[in-house]
Design a protein around this ligand. Structure first.
Ligand code: PLP
Length: 409
């Protein structure tokens, strides 16, 4: 049992390139630059989409919560750790996401684990192949009948729904914006299929909250639709750490009192709750941040494509450059660090073997100069690694970023 870990020596990490992971950065400047191995690098591996993690108002709210409540509530919400602050955030998030009620958890991963008690052998779950690992873990814990459908393939989902045991309750799980591919789920078709087959939909809006929708409420708002349940991490546009699950009041009440992921865990820390509340205020009152995020993303996508990079099917600020090959992925990551850019190397199990990517995200806080530096570094390193041709291709297919209807170009 423990023997399988023996191969994981420090030498193994070096030989497989995995020493690129868990690398400590020291200085953290406005969320856009970091000190790494003694040098200042542009940080492009964070999902602080609206650039709020260093915002003075968010920092101040977190600091004030520490002054008032300390660093930890020392226990779970159900016994001693529930603050009015948690309830305020829950009310605000429920209203923002268009649901009756919400429950705040210490992490987005846990928000998805909350789904496990809703799934049992009487439930057939239909899950997109590219869904986040935490949704997969909920399915594993719940042990329902599981049907995985090909990523974004609605025809395949329809076939699986039609073939499922009609006595089972049906639940469709999907990311709103997929965390590696950066594409947007087809919620209109998912909704049609759910209606036709009597299925419920759970939408993980971790990446689209703050990014899509007229008010930034995510993919459901973008399409003018409602999922049965919405989950989200608070660690991306909300510049905090935590998670939320929102839905009908009776379902949230049931989960609050029955889901092990909520009962047997310490309450989300006061500083994190206060930071999320402050970030939500800013998200709702400063839409220009979303516009800036989307503008920069479009320029990054198209700048990379003009150089010959393949950024896949993404139409969002998640820009995943195909590098294909674990060695090349880690080598390119290292060379980009040397060129002043810290990217996110995604290898197995984040993606299938052979489909490695470098994930690059610019936030609303990055400058035009950052964008230019990132493109220059990628051009030089991409050529050296043979990822792009020596001279730019004459033409490329441009990406039109997915925007809220009100700001569409
Ligand atoms: C789509 C998605 N869901 C859930 C999570 C988990 O959130 P957290 O990091 O807060 O645990 C993530 C985080 O990476 C994510 O990308």
């Amino acid at each position: 049992m423990l023997d399988k870990a023996r191969i994981w020596t420090p030498e193994h990490l070096v030989a497989t390139g995995r020493q690129a992971y868990f690398r400590p950065v020291s200085g953290w400047y406005g969320g856009t630059e970091v000190d790494f191995e003694g040098r200042r690098l542009i940080m492009t591996a964070s999902h602080d989409y609206l650039g709020l993690s260093a915002d003075p108002r968010v920092r101040e709210a977190a600091a004030e919560a520490v002054h008032r409540f300390g660093t930890s509530l020392g226990g779970s919400r159900i016994i001693n750790g529930s603050l009015e602050l948690h309830e305020r955030l829950e009310e605000r998030l429920a209203a923002f996401l268009g649901h009756e009620a919400a429950l705040v958890l210490p992490s987005g991963f846990q928000a998805n684990l909350m789904l496990a008690p809703l799934m049992d052998q009487g439930t057939a779950v239909f899950t997109d192949f590219a869904n986040h690992a935490s949704l997969n873990e909920a399915v594993r814990l719940g042990s329902p009948v599981k049907h995985t459908f090909l990523h974004g393939n609605m025809t395949h989902l329809e076939r699986r729904l039609a073939a499922a045991d009609s006595r089972l309750a049906k639940l469709i799980l999907t990311d709103g914006v997929f965390s590696v591919d950066g594409d947007v789920c087809d919620l209109p078709v998912l909704t049609e299929l759910a209606r036709a087959h009597g299925a419920r939909i759970v939408l993980d809006s971790s990446h689209d909250l703050g990014m899509l929708g007229a008010t930034g409420a995510g993919v459901a708002e973008h399409f003018g639709l409602t999922a049965d349940l919405v989950t989200s991490a608070l660690s991306k546009s909300l510049a905090s750490v935590g998670g939320v699950i929102a839905g009908p009041a009776h379902v949230i009440r049931y989960l609050r009192h029955n889901a092990p992921a909520a009962i047997f865990t310490a309450a989300a820390a006061p500083a994190n709750v206060a930071a999320a509340l402050a970030a939500l205020d800013i998200l709702q009152t400063e839409p220009h941040r979303r516009t800036r995020l989307l503008d920069l993303a479009e320029r990054l996508h198209n700048g990379l494509r003009a150089l010959g990079f393949d950024t896949g099917t993404s139409t969002t600020p998640i820009v995943s450059v195909k590098v294909s090959g674990q060695d090349r992925c880690f080598r390119t990551w290292r060379r980009l660090c040397e060129a002043g850019v810290f990217t996110g190397p995604i290898s197995h199990p984040g993606v299938a073997r052979g489909r490695e990517v470098l994930r690059i995200t610019l936030t609303a806080a990055h400058t035009d100069h950052h964008l230019e530096h990132v493109l220059t570094a990628l051009e030089a390193v991409g050529r050296k690694e043979g990822i792009i041709p020596d001279s730019p291709p004459g033409t490329h297919t441009p990406v039109t970023i997915t925007r809220p209807p009100a700001t569409a170009a």
